[in-house]
Design a binder for this molecule. Structure first.
Ligand code: 13P
Ligand code: SF4
Length: 303
């Protein structure tokens, strides 16, 4: 890592009263520099507790928006303005209104990987680590799960008493991890455990030993007595997995485990954002008000 850039970042953070939050999918260099690194749920919770006046987010837009929604008085700056999650845009307000008109006893459950506009018309948010707990705490029988189809279907298998309506959104990174590639990896290393993110397709989930969020995958591998693991999620998690487990081996299933949006976040961009304190996350007042509620409800129901 460039020591000059690192010292400049540290000095600017202090001078401008900034805390850096980063997701496990960004560059290892950024993870090393960040004050807090975690999965979407952890980062949303941390954002409500930090004392600094400004948050610099190393992640994609929906993560910065969630931090802003939960902390309206703080300035939230993104490391890269273009870092956006395509899945966040894979459902429309119109489709939500249509499903609402078809069911009386309905909760619109919105995966946090969604735009603030979609959150503003949803009843509750979830992340991959709390979806099961939050949805099982809802009293409604019918659940419209947006935007991710795979996470929705996975949660539905665990909650047979609920009636799910699915949306057809997906993550291109997790969708590209196919069953054949996982089986090939298992043949090459039959003793390895397969650890998978629930955004993967059902056929991959079915041949996995453990399913969980990025943090849960890291915690599982760290606590395990096994020595080898096949990792079915974005490759950014390898940084923390290897930091915490230098004696264990982690394998990917192919070259496509790469989120181009997360990889826009580099230490050069972090420095630029700290120098200019831009791009800032801003949202219209009405969205600030209405999109915060499902996020706060998630924090409450996930306790
Ligand atoms: P986590 O909930 O594990 O942070 O996952 C977020 C994400 O974008 C997965 O692709
Ligand atoms: Fe979005 Fe997939 Fe990238 Fe996660 S890995 S931020 S779901 S595109």
């Amino acid at each position: 890592m460039d020591n000059e850039i690192v010292s400049r970042i540290k000095a600017l953070k202090k001078e401008k009263d900034v805390v850096i939050l980063a997701h496990y999918y960004v560059d290892g260099e950024v993870q090393e520099l960040a004050d807090y690194v975690g999965d979407s749920f952890y980062l949303a919770k941390v954002a409500t507790k930090v004392k600094e006046a400004n948050i610099l987010f190393g992640g994609v837009s929906f993560m910065g928006e969630s931090a802003k929604l939960l902390n309206p008085e703080k300035k939230v700056v993104m490391a890269d303005q273009l870092a956006d999650c395509p899945m966040a845009h894979m459902v429309t307000k119109e489709r939500i209104a249509e499903v609402r008109s078809e069911y009386d006893d309905l909760a619109v459950v919105c995966y946090v990987n969604s735009t603030a506009e979609i959150k503003s018309v949803s009843d509750v948010c979830v992340t991959s680590s709390n979806a099961l707990k939050v949805v099982s705490n809802l009293t409604e029988k019918n659940i419209f799960f947006v935007p991710d189809n795979n996470l929705g279907r996975y949660i539905a298998t665990k909650l047979p008493d609920k009636h799910f309506i699915f949306n057809d959104g997906f993550c291109h990174v997790h969708k590209s991890i196919d069953k054949e590639a996982v089986e090939r990896a298992k043949k090459l290393c039959p003793t390895a455990e397969v650890l998978t993110h629930p955004e993967c397709t059902m056929d991959v989930l079915e041949i996995s030993d453990f399913i969980g969020s990025t943090s849960e995958i890291i915690d599982y591998a760290t606590a395990s007595t096994k020595k080898e693991f096949i990792i079915c999620t974005e490759m950014g998690v390898f940084f923390e997995l290897m930091q915490k487990n230098p004696d264990k081996k982690f394998y990917s299933v192919g070259h496509r485990q790469f989120c181009p949006n997360m990889k826009l976040v580099t230490i050069d961009k972090v420095l630029e954002a700290l120098e200019s304190m831009e791009p800032e996350v801003t949202l219209p007042d009405d969205i600030m008000e209405s999109a915060r509620k499902p996020l706060e409800r998630m924090l409450e129901l996930a306790k």
